[in-house]
Write a protein that binds this ligand. Structure first.
Ligand code: HEC
Length: 169
């Protein structure tokens, strides 16, 4: 979609507002818990609250939203069919090499926005040895197929995805 119609542009604006809200919600909850209880407390918050916080942003904004990656921790975060090609082909890139993308889904618009790894993500998504030392037991029992380790700051960690219904014509 090179020249988006006003209808598509409005849907993409709604998607981006929801992404900003979700990002702010998750990061502030994470920082709060890291400060209060350290990685052990924070990992249970990510495990027990991330999905719920994501769903409540989706409900509040009246759209579908989530996070995904080429290396996922929670199987519920597997890419949607429309996003899978971009997620796979961008695997292993630095964040600077990842392009946001918009997809025509008929009555809806699909939006992908890249998520970069930062230093504060390392305790849970950094080199496996480092992650296990901090919180290995929780991750091993909660996510037996965890792939979301081995990221360095500046890597493409994953994506926010959004599906927004187009306004009626
Ligand atoms: C305290 C541990 C912890 C920290 C720190 C942490 N995460 Fe996570 N992360 C998790 C857990 C647990 C999940 C699975 C939660 C879920 O979605 O059900 C997760 C899931 C994700 C996902 C969804 C895809 C997947 O792998 O399932 C992304 C994207 C992500 N994290 C990015 C980040 C980024 C970026 C940072 C740094 C700003 C970060 N995480 C910091 C524990 C952590």
């Amino acid at each position: 979609m090179s020249a988006p119609t006003p209808r598509v542009a409005a849907a993409v604006d709604r998607a981006d507002a929801a992404v900003r809200q979700l990002q702010l919600t998750l990061i502030s909850r994470l920082k709060e818990e890291l400060g209060r209880g350290g990685p052990k407390a924070a990992v249970t918050v990510c495990r027990d609250e991330a999905q719920q916080l994501t769903d409540s942003v989706g409900k509040a904004q009246d759209l579908a939203i989530g996070r995904t990656s080429h290396k996922i921790r929670n199987p519920r975060n597997a890419p949607r069919a429309w996003a899978a090609g971009t997620v796979a082909s961008s695997a292993g890139r630095p964040i600077t090499g990842a392009r946001p993308a918009v997809f025509d889904l008929g009555d809806r618009v699909g939006v992908l926005r890249p998520i970069g790894q930062m230093a504060m993500c390392e305790t849970c998504h950094g080199p496996r040895e480092q992650v296990e030392a901090a919180i290995g037991d929780v991750l091993r029992t909660s996510y037996p197929d965890d792939q979301a380790v081995g990221f360095a700051a500046g890597d493409l960690r994953g994506w926010f995805w959004v599906e927004v219904l187009l306004a009626p014509r």
